[in-house]
Design a protein around this ligand. Structure first.
Ligand code: C2E
Ligand code: MG
Ligand code: MG
Ligand code: MG
Length: 274
């Protein structure tokens, strides 16, 4: 009996593995075909000045669409894209679309800064900086309207490589934001060593700050740290009015979250610009 059970369990387990394997294969195929057919989609989530709630920028967030026309979120495919090296082509598509979009908005009279997420893997691509420079030039977007968002952990992967890459990028005139700030466990000294302009307070701290005094303390500390280093601060995950009020109290300049806007396709964002 035990043997039978064991065998059943084994069968179940192997089905599960097979399922996972197939799932990965189909996601990888979707990434590949989306790249080949120019079907990488970019959603834009507005960033607002907390005081006036005026839109000052957007974050570009990649989306894929499966064969049933359903939107697939980054959590489902970014790790696999990183493992397979497809992140480079995917990231290039996002950067390109973002620069052209922001140039279009600028031509309509709206200075909207566009922030693009960059994986650590892309930093190891020797050609990355050239690609950014080329894309800025081709699109005609002034470099001060481009921001690159990098996580703390991505910065720490290879200190020397990252440092020279960030310096080369900063020379282009774009800005660098540290994403999910406070969730990495690196020393703060890199803030002096790297050309960083913006800290994005991780959304977990903003979400919990009204119910958990530690999260509140972290948001306060990050805000005062940013101010003393003359860095701009963006609060992520602003979902409620009380978050907004508290963040304004703390002197936090910019915010992003469902309270203001969700990520949306470009056509929808275009309609907000009037
Ligand atoms: P992130 O860069 O920290 O982006 C913020 C995420 O929080 C987005 O999820 C956004 O939709 C979500 N969000 C915004 N406001 C709120 C809110 O008020 N409440 C909650 N609960 N969530 C909110 P999304 O689009 O699913 O992206 C997830 C992550 O995937 C991003 O986190 C980023 O790390 C990564 N990612 C997205 N696009 C790209 C890309 O083009 N390249 C790379 N390498 N990574 C990307
Ligand atoms: Mg981001
Ligand atoms: Mg700078
Ligand atoms: Mg984040």
């Amino acid at each position: 009996k035990a043997k039978e059970q064991g065998r059943n369990r084994f069968c179940y387990y192997s089905d599960d593995l097979e399922h996972q394997f197939k799932q990965r294969q189909s996601v990888e195929k979707l990434i590949r075909t989306s790249i080949e057919n120019d079907k990488i989609e970019v959603y834009y989530q507005p960033k607002v000045a907390l005081g006036s709630q005026k839109i000052v920028g957007v974050e570009a967030l990649v989306r894929l669409r499966d064969t049933n026309n359903q939107i697939i979120l980054p959590v489902e495919f970014i790790p696999l894209a990183e493992e397979t090296g497809l992140i480079n082509a995917l990231g290039e598509s996002v950067l390109k679309q973002s620069c052209y979009a922001a140039k279009e908005w600028l031509d309509k009279g709206f200075r909207i800064k566009v922030a693009v997420n960059i994986s650590a893997k892309q930093f190891t691509d020797k050609n990355f900086c050239n690609f950014v420079a080329q894309t800025l030039q081709m699109s005609g977007l002034p470099s001060e309207l481009l921001e690159l968002e990098v996580t703390e952990s991505a910065l720490m992967e290879d200190f020397e490589v990252t440092k020279s890459m960030l310096n080369d990028l900063a020379v282009l005139g774009l800005t660098i934001a540290i994403d999910d700030f406070g969730t990495g466990y690196s020393s703060l000294s890199y803030l002096k060593l790297f050309p960083v302009d913006v800290l994005k307070v991780d959304q977990s701290f903003v979400r919990d700050m009204m119910v958990d005094s530690q999260s509140m303390d972290i948001v306060k500390t990050i805000t005062s740290l940013a101010h003393s280093l003359s860095l701009l601060i963006v609060a992520e995950g602003v979902e409620e009015k009380q978050h907004l009020n508290k963040l304004i109290d703390l002197g936090c300049e910019l915010g992003q979250g469902y309270y203001f806007y969700k990520p949306m396709p470009k056509e929808e964002f275009d309609k907000l610009l009037v």
